[in-house]
Design a binder for this molecule. Sequence first.
Ligand SMILES: O=C(O)CCC(=O)C(=O)O
Ligand SMILES: [Fe+2]
Length: 362
Amino acid sequence: MAHSEPSDAGIPVLDISNATAERARKVLDAASTHGFLFIKNDGVTIPPKDINDMFDLSRQFFQSPQEAKQEFAIGSEKAGGKNRGWVKMQGEALDPDGQKQGDPKEAFNIAEPIPHLQPLPTLLSSQKQLIQRFQLSCHTLCTNILTLLGTSHPSILTSPKKKLTQQGTALSIPSSAGGSEWFTTRHDQSRGPSGTIFRLLYYPATKQEREGGESIRAGAHSDYGSVTLLFRLPGQPGLEILKEDGSWAAVPVNPNPEELSDAPILVNIGDLLSFWTSGMLKSTVHRVTFSGGEERYSMAYFCHPLDDAMLEKVPSKTVEESVDEGELRRQRERLGLGEHEKVITAGEHLHRRLKVTYGLEE
Ligand SMILES: O=C(O)CCC(=O)C(=O)O
Ligand SMILES: [Fe+2]
């Protein structure tokens, strides 16, 4: 069967080491068009060495005996709670309608280390400091992105019908309502628990490369939270995003290897942030496909707001002017929310999202 290569998704690489209005605008622009953006690794916020060390640790962990992993099976008491621990091969289907079997991958979910890190298998707990430092760095980057999102003015509003109200300024969240800190205070982990998860992912090599094409290793889905950071290894692509015309576009690991010695960090908007901004920010559907002759590793940091954050309308003129009614309707339907205005919390959003997708009950 002939297989055509997906085109490159054309996601921009942004440098946010200096938070200028122009950069903030670009972040918001990418978030409200692609739903994906690359952040140039500044070498400091998330040190490349920590990324490499985390990948090494992940590799060692997934290569450990099945029983050592099984002991910390997801949701088990030993793993310390509901969404924590090891997910075995085909243990979950991200696209239950489109797949006969679960995703051919393994995962390990690590919750925020607050008040302390969850119980971990010996190998992982021997590297507690690295893991916690990594979680903290990821949270810092998410906070930086959320601050920029809260302060910028989207260029998409230059469409003929709409006019920029204040050139280069914020989402116009009034400072009396929290201003540029509106999102970040709702992600401030010192204020309460959240659904944030750091996830190690392993896609084992399949015995036989599928003839003539790729197999789906992570089913088509959008992420649940507010912002996701995704780390991949050079030479291990496979991520694709769904474009508006229904085709899939490949997301390279490093779109500009000549200039960027460290791969940039891939960021995507999740359903919750899309819902929260009335569909203005896009939670783009994506999947992982590759022919399977070789194994693949990735790591994702799914940043969620505090469980009790109310998903009320963001007090922003910009958001109001950019409501995507169709997207909002789809999201409300998926969450089982009726026509009527009902404000839910981030915790409830996550619960509904997991329930609708996996048919989970309490
Ligand atoms: O492994 C990847 O590159 C992407 C994984 C992903 O999209 C997810 O776990 O939500
Ligand atoms: Fe994802």
